[in-house]
Each structure stands twice: as C-alpha cells, then as structure tokens.
Design a protein around this ligand. Structure first.
Ligand SMILES: Nc1ncnc2c1ncn2[C@@H]1O[C@H](COP(=O)(O)OP(=O)(O)OP(=O)(O)O)[C@@H](O)[C@H]1O
Ligand SMILES: [Mg+2]
Length: 270
C-alpha cells in the first residue's frame, strides 16, 4: 500500500468498515445449498440476533464466519480485510470467536484445562521454545492459568475448576465455552443458541454474562430461537430462511412481519 494511508485518518474513522461483513455467501453440500446467497453485517459494539426456522442455514453461516467451513463462493471481511479462505485459527487470531450449538468439552480434562485450550499464541505452543526459553514459557503458562481462572470466575464456574468436563450440565457447558473463547480476547463473539437446553436458573446467568460482555465492548451475533431472549438482548435481528437473507429489524417488528411468520410456518410444515 502507498504511504498515503495516513492522509485519510481523521475523517475516515467515522466510516470504519464493519467488524464483520459477509456478502453473497454460498455453501453447498453436494446438491444442498445450506447457505444460498446470504449477506450479513456485524457492526462494532452491537449485539445483533440471527433467527430463522430449523435448517435455515444459521449454524452453517456461523461455520463460514468462524472459518471452520470455506464458502463455495462469496466474501467475508473482518475489519475490512478479506478472510473467506482463512481457517479457524487465523479467524480467532483476527478476533472472531464462536461457541457451538452443542458444546462438547473435553470429557476427561478438567474445567480449567478446558478453558486453557482457548488460549492463542502462548509460547508453550511452540515446542522448541520449551528448551530455549523455559523461564518464559513458565511465566506465560502462569499468566494463562491466571487468566483462565479469572474467566471461570466471570462465568461463575470457579468452584468446578478441578472437575472433569464431563460432569458439567448443559448450561454449565455453555458457560465453559464462553470462558474458553474469551481466552483469545475476541472482538466479535458468535453465540450459537446460548440459551438452548439451559435450565432457568443458569439461563439468567448466561443472559447477564452476555449483556456484560457487550457492555465491555464485545460485538455479539447470536442465534436464538427464543424470541423473548432475542428481544431482551438484541436491538437488531436478521432473519434467514432457506439459506437466504429474508429481512431485518427491531425484534418486535420482525416478529410481527408476515413474511417472517410465513417462513416459520413453512419450516414447520416442511
Ligand atoms: N455438513 C453438512 N453436510 C450436509 N448437509 C448439511 C451439513 N451441515 C448442514 N447441512 C444442511 O444444511 C441445512 C442448514 O443446516 P444448519 O445446521 O445450518 O441450520 P440451522 O439454521 O442452524 O438449523 P437449527 O435451527 O435447527 O440449528 C440443513 O438442511 C442441514 O441438513
Ligand atoms: Mg443451528
């Protein structure tokens, strides 16, 4: 790039590119177009919802945004940079973290160790440094453990840090996932049905933690079927059906939209 990059700094700040901007995404599985020309934007600092009937392609879209699947075609920009061909590690390094619809913690690892697996760029990941710089590795490991503990405290799982992952309930697994992805300091967090299968007491805790993360400045895109929860969390909801963008708007407006109701009824009938 030419050195003129500095010339536009001031006025251009207001026009900074969205954190995530996906355009015309297509993902084919054989003959099935699970995502079929979908576009979506996540602005810096916002908490937006993604809704749509079962099989609409929401999780597949997340897999594309998180880099665990490559699109058949289309563009994904993170802070203006094209990343569609990059894998999940690069995507995490660029600040995009995601949780899974059905979290599967490592069953025999402790809760603390599970959180530690979310760390990025620790010196200990490069084996040779263990020999050349053992002191540095030890210090980084201590810092990582401290960070993992503070994140476990944030999700209120500190009391379980030495328990194996398998003992956690569905809701606790969702909280563990949240702590795990926070190890990498994501700017954007993609939450795939954070409230599904969670008992009512943990549900309020999860909602509270998600609100707190957004208040701390994290940009959040969440898939959720429960419209009451979507309405509490999101100012803007994007609706997806049969792999395509349908509409978007305030949750109460979208929920009354005949095209949205029709899409859900069609989904039930299918
Ligand atoms: N790996 C895959 N191979 C083949 N088909 C797939 C694959 N993953 C998803 N699909 C299909 O793509 C479509 C979209 O699935 P997806 O899981 O993205 O939907 P969803 O909107 O997340 O649904 P739900 O609300 O039930 O979680 C479905 O028809 C699904 O069967
Ligand atoms: Mg899904």
């Amino acid at each position: 790039m030419p050195t003129a990059a500095h010339a536009h700094n001031g006025p251009r700040d207001a026009e900074a590119p969205p954190l995530i901007e996906a355009r015309d995404l297509v993902k084919r599985f054989g003959g099935v177009r699970a995502v079929d020309g979908m576009s979506i934007t996540l602005r810096r600092g916002e908490m937006a919802g993604l809704i749509g009937p079962n099989g609409a392609g929401k999780t597949t879209l997340f897999n594309l945004l998180a880099g665990s699947l490559k699109p058949s075609s289309g563009s994904i920009r993170v802070s203006g940079r094209e990343v569609a061909q990059e894998g999940p590690e690069r995507r995490i390094a660029r600040g995009v973290g995601r949780t899974f619809q059905i979290p599967r913690p490592f069953a025999e690892m402790t809760v603390l160790e599970n959180v530690l697996t979310g760390g990025q760029g620790q010196a200990g990941e490069q084996i040779w440094k263990n020999f050349l710089q053992p002191g540095r590795v030890a210090a980084q490991e201590r810092a990582a453990v401290e960070k993992a503990r503070s994140l476990l405290n944030f999700v209120r799982l500190s009391g379980l840090e030495s328990e194996p992952g398998r003992v956690l309930s569905g809701g606790q697994r969702k909280l563990l996932e949240l702590a795990r992805i926070l190890m990498a300091d994501p700017e954007a967090i993609l939450l795939d049905e954070p409230a599904a299968g969670v008992n009512p007491s943990l549900l309020e805790l999860i909602i509270d933690r998600v609100l707190e993360l957004n208040a701390q400045g994290k940009s959040i895109l969440l898939i959720e079927h429960n419209m009451e929860i979507v309405a509490r969390l999101c100012g803007r909801v994007v609706v997806m059906a049969t792999g395509k963008y349908l509409t978007e708007g305030a949750p109460d407006v979208v929920a009354r939209d005949p095209a949205v109701i029709e899409a859900y009824l069609g989904g039930v009938a299918a």
